[in-house]
Ligand binder design. Sequence first.
Ligand code: FES
Length: 259
Amino acid sequence: MGAQKKERTGKIISNRPLDRNENFWAMKIAAPESGFLPGQFFMIAVSEHSLRRAFAPSEFDGDGFAFIYGVVGEGTQTLSRLTADTPVSVIAPLGNGYDLSALTPDAAVILIGGGTGAPSLMPLAAALRRRQIKTHSLLGARDATRLLAAEELRAASDVLTVVTDDGSAGERGNVLTALNRIAAAAAIFACGPRPMLQAVSVWAAAKKIPCQVSLEERMACGFGACMGCAVAVNVNGEKKYRRVCADGPVFNGAEIAWE
Ligand code: FES
């Protein structure tokens, strides 16, 4: 499904904090690539001796990638200290993207993003718009300070609904609060924290709406060699394991063995 993966050296174009507390950052890397599909990811080495980290692009224009990340540990802290012109090792594209083959141009779909998963929906929203498919995006976050890519997704979607746990941006509630008001959709695509993906998948299964979710498991190798990203799925009533990096990261939400 994806293009052949390639390792190359990219160069940082910019790396800047998005908030006053410097919890979230946006990085752009010049790394020419073709054949990227929304939902695929890339891995970068943040230093010579560190493990690679997986990131899903928020923007991809053929000359490079942009992505948004939260500073959550040593690796992302190191990443936030890198400056423009620093060379980084990039492997991309990796994994399987969203499957849009069943959608007709008159379809209306729902995109659901939570936390740092939200910006990665932007290439998907752009691809759907090119196919004249109507999109209603639902963005959820704990509070306004953790809401990412809202303005960009507003521009890329036909309708945008924002919900926060404390009501500090958009409506008070969670994505299910908003989802419950939507009567029908041809498909749901979601990326964000696992509990959100589970709740959305269960909701979609009850309504018989196809639902694709992009899992954000921690990855080590990134291309299927270590099984460090295994996730349980139900196949014909049997529990099996799939590798998020190589078999996903996009899965049918109804097949995941949520627990
Ligand atoms: Fe190694 Fe997925 S990260 S198999």
